[in-house]
Design a protein. Structure first.
Length: 375
């Protein structure tokens, strides 16, 4: 009978930020300064072959080859929109995939990355939420999206920066994957890695207040708030986590996060849903709610997906809403829909999720009953 030896699993070095790598190198008997060198090789030069890391000794290269790896998610598909947007479907493990989107606009290139497989929250207008939830992404799977995008764009960040901004606005609620998200954003900000400024890395949250307060202690990335409603009654319906963390408490937490830096503001995201939250009275309520809140408002036309139950607001309704808010003294922009033809627009990311919550199955059962398909 053949006996199969169990080989120890290699350490994926993409899971470590600077401090994590210093600890790792110390544990294998190497000097901590190797961490900065490795970060430069991976993120600035795009090198994942230890034997090509010329300032490492031969013994260190051999040790890393035997014990460690630089492992990325696998690209399943790459779709190109007519407007230049690119969407990647990335396979993580058996049955789970996520989506990542690059949006070019002039000299600016924004990469929208995911933080979870699916989403643990149930925002009613979001395609990702309809997929259910499987697990948090590892740090390697989060920062790996940035590495993959740079490679696909044929960009070596050391010589040329194509990705100028990174937003954690893809699949998932970043603050529910706190440690891995913080480690990944540390790499984005690290001078020896991508070296982005805190203004160029934005974390979008639906409002997990304890985690937001904790974030202030360890990070200073920019903050976006998924608000979508000007009052608790409506937000309870659209963003159910509001029942636990209502708007007044949430805005107070956002103020705490940006306190101490006078020029910092919060980006308030507001998806406009036809006849639901786009009426003049909603705009006036929003002005009253945010008049003393340091923010800019990003109005987002709803991007349809099958069986969402919502429709996109008319151009007239969007313009009317925007005019009321602007006249109320709030800095406001309307986001241009990008990548809609490849389902890469805001709220459309779905990927492939082995749903542990059974949310998708329950939703399908309800749809079957309402349509008469159920037996």
């Amino acid at each position: 009978m053949e006996v199969k030896l169990h080989m120890p699993e290699k350490v994926n070095l993409l899971n470590f930020d600077m401090q994590g790598l210093k600890t790792y190198f110390s544990e294998i008997g190497e000097k901590p300064f190797r961490a900065a060198q490795l970060l430069k090789w991976i993120y600035q030069f795009g090198i994942d072959d230890f034997n090509a890391m010329s300032n490492f000794s031969k013994s260190l290269r051999e040790k890393l080859t035997a014990e460690a790896e630089i492992k990325l998610p696998e690209i399943v598909t790459e779709q190109h929109s007519d407007d230049g947007t690119i969407k990647w479907l990335l396979r993580l493990d058996s049955g789970n995939s996520i989506e990542t989107v690059f949006i070019p606009e002039g000299s600016r290139g924004t990469l929208c990355i995911s933080s979870q497989v699916g989403c643990a929250l149930e925002c009613s207008f979001c395609s990702t939420a309809k997929q259910g939830f499987n697990r948090n992404l590892t740090t390697a799977e989060i920062i790996g999206q940035v590495v993959i995008a740079n490679r696909a764009l044929k960009c070596i960040p050391r010589n040329e920066r194509v990705i100028s901004n990174i937003v954690l606005m893809g699949m998932g609620e970043p603050l529910l994957n706190f440690d891995n998200v913080v480690a990944a954003t540390n790499i984005m900000l690290e001078d020896n890695a991508y070296g982005l400024s805190k203004r160029r890395v934005t974390l979008s949250t639906s409002g997990v207040i304890p985690a937001l307060d904790r974030l202030k202690e360890v990070s200073d990335v920019s903050l976006a708030l998924s608000l979508h409603a000007p009052n608790d009654e409506l937000r309870n319906e659209l963003v159910p986590i509001n029942r636990k963390y209502p708007i007044k408490e949430l805005l107070a937490a956002c103020k705490r996060y940006i306190s101490g830096e006078t020029k910092r503001i919060v980006t308030v995201e507001y998806v406009l849903l036809d006849g639901v939250n786009d009426k003049p009275e909603h705009a006036r309520q929003l002005v009253k709610l945010l008049k003393d809140f340091p923010c800019k408002i990003n109005l987002i036309p709803f991007n349809p997906f099958p069986n969402s139950g919502y429709k996109t607001s008319s151009l007239e309704a969007i313009e009317r809403f925007r005019n009321i808010v602007v006249k109320g003294g709030l800095l406001t922009t309307t986001r241009k829909t990008r990548g809609e033809d490849i389902d890469a627009a805001c709220g459309q990311l779905a990927g492939k999720v082995l749903d542990k919550t059974k949310r998708g199955a329950r939703r399908q059962e309800k749809e079957d009953i309402s349509s008469g398909r159920a037996v």
